[in-house]
Write a protein that binds this ligand. Structure first.
Ligand SMILES: Cc1cc2nc3c(=O)[nH]c(=O)nc-3n(C[C@H](O)[C@H](O)[C@H](O)COP(=O)(O)OP(=O)(O)OC[C@H]3O[C@@H](n4cnc5c(N)ncnc54)[C@H](O)[C@@H]3O)c2cc1C
Length: 462
């Protein structure tokens, strides 16, 4: 219960224009990009839109004193309901904290506020020939705070890693309103526990990230894209394995199965041979065109060993854009195939990719559902998309049963429930089978240490 007196204090801190109170205004903060249906139960009592760390600290101190739930929010592109305020209270929306504080070229690091969009960090650095690689497909709108909160991955993870590989330090407001700084610009740093990595991927449950120091690398001088079409899914995966073992490590190796390709073909009015079982989009980068040509020739040779049907090496930026448009437009193309769609995110050892896809196909058959499969095959991260019509009686139950089996399939091949989208609400019922009771108890002990009153993003992860 947030009393008028508390609301007054919060308005004093951030300014009344930065506090939303009406249920209509607050409704917009009750959902994200996940499958979680909109519900009046998830509407926050108050939306607070701070501009500084000090404002956040003061709001947290009040929330702590009165045991009010606080759910941090970037731009709600999350896929697991992470920023949905399931217990009401305050939705703390960080999208106005968009300052790029410092670009330190000599140390190759950038310090930004949590609400800066991923694409803005990329573009800002690119102007100085510096490269911030993490690139979730949502990068045009997802924030750095959200990316750190979820430890977001993306297309280039196969060569460059995920967000956590680039987070050097954080400024964090803790549950009681105190401000701490973790890590920093020193490249080697073993002073105390590695809190930077603990907060990364903590889904807003341990602290509010207000600033991040991010590591950069030199921008590759040249890039190109290849599109490989295979009549066999196994051979598409075999090509990726051999590519990685050969040292021709692509920046990205994305795989789309037949159903995904058909969705794109329909959506973009493309002519794709129906015998094609898998399309692999490969990005290569390097220091010179000669270097690129060598990599492309090696990949071409390997793909031919595995009976590739068609190899396209982009000959112009327009062709690069055309190939990537297929992959980047996949989400909307698949979404257009059915009234509803549940996009999942499992992660398996790379060599289990084809086996997992086959298991998913069996599950689709068992439940008579269409499941499109695509993903970051270079790092074993699969996104099965269950197409459905929730207005049909029994459909929702069927979809959840199928997803349950998809998680079992991932675990059975040595994989896990999420590669990049986190647990949030949607995977919360399943986490016990991945971590076991003692694993969950360990998470609870960490939570208890940072947030003994349980006010930060309650109802998530376990
Ligand atoms: C079309 C589409 C494509 C996507 N592609 C990818 C992809 O390729 N790879 C990938 O990894 N993800 C992807 N995502 C998922 C999503 O974009 C990422 O999880 C993203 O990092 C979330 O950022 P956000 O700013 O929207 O965070 P939100 O959704 O607002 O929040 C996500 C979580 O982070 C917490 N959080 C947010 N800000 C803070 C903060 N400042 N401090 C503490 N906690 C915070 C929230 O409480 C919540 O738990 C995709 C989503 C969509 C819709």
């Amino acid at each position: 219960m947030i009393t008028e007196e508390i609301k007054l204090k919060v308005r004093d801190i951030v300014g009344s224009e930065n506090v939303l109170e009406s249920s209509v205004d607050c409704f917009g903060y009750s959902y994200d990009s996940s499958f979680v249906p909109m519900s009046a139960d998830n509407v926050p009592d108050l939306v607070v839109i701070p501009s500084t760390t000090e404002e956040i600290a003061a709001v947290m101190a009040i929330a702590h004193e009165h045991s009010i739930p606080v759910t941090p929010r970037g731009t709600a592109s999350g896929r697991t309901g992470g920023c949905i305020p399931v217990q009401g209270g305050i939705s703390l929306a960080l999208h106005r904290m968009t300052k790029i504080i410092e670009l330190d070229e000599r140390n190759m690091m950038i310090t930004v506020e949590a609400g800066v969009r991923t694409v803005d960090v990329y573009n800002f650095c690119a102007e100085k020939d510096l490269f911030f690689p993490p690139d979730p497909a949502s990068w045009k709108y997802s924030t750095i705070g959200g990316n750190v909160g979820e430890n977001a991955g993306g297309m280039r993870a196969v060569k460059y890693g995920v967000t956590s590989n680039y987070v050097m330090g954080l400024e964090v407001v803790l549950a009681d309103g105190s401000i701490i700084n973790t890590g920093g610009k020193a490249i080697k740093n073993v002073t105390g526990y590695n809190l930077t990595q603990l907060f990364t991927g903590s889904e807003g449950t341990l602290g509010v990230i207000t600033k991040a120091i991010l590591r950069l690398i030199p921008m590759p001088k040249v890039r190109n894209t290849m599109q490989l079409m295979f009549p066999s899914l196994d051979n598409a995966c075999n090509t990726i394995h051999k590519m990685l073992m050969s040292g021709a490590v692509p920046a990205a190796a994305e795989l789309m199965d037949r159903i995904s390709l058909q969705a794109v073909a329909r959506h973009r009015k493309l002519d794709i041979n129906p015998s094609i079982e898998a399309c692999v989009v490969v990005e290569i980068d390097g220091e010179s065109n000669e270097d690129l040509q060598k990599q492309a020739a090696k990949i071409d040779m390997i793909a031919n060993e595995f009976e590739v049907a068609e190899v396209r090496i982009a000959a112009s930026q327009q062709e690069v854009d055309e190939i990537w448009a297929i992959r980047r437009g996949l989400s909307s193309a698949i979404g257009a195939m059915a009234p509803n769609r549940l996009g999942e995110d499992i992660s398996v050892p790379r060599d289990a990719f084809p086996k997992t896809v086959r298991l998913i196909r069996k599950i689709a058959e068992k439940y008579n559902l269409t499941i499109a499969v695509y993903g970051h095959a270079g790092d074993g991260n699969i996104h099965p998309s269950v197409l459905c019509d929730l207005s049909k009686p029994g459909e929702e139950h069927k979809v959840h049963a199928a997803v349950d089996e998809i998680f079992d399939a991932a675990l059975s091949v040595g994989g896990t429930l999420s590669g990049e989208h986190g647990i949030g609400i949607t995977k919360r019922p399943h986490i016990a089978k991945a971590l076991g009771e003692s694993g969950i108890n360990a998470l609870k002990m960490v939570k208890q240490a940072f947030d003994p009153k349980g006010i930060l993003n309650p109802g998530k992860v376990w």
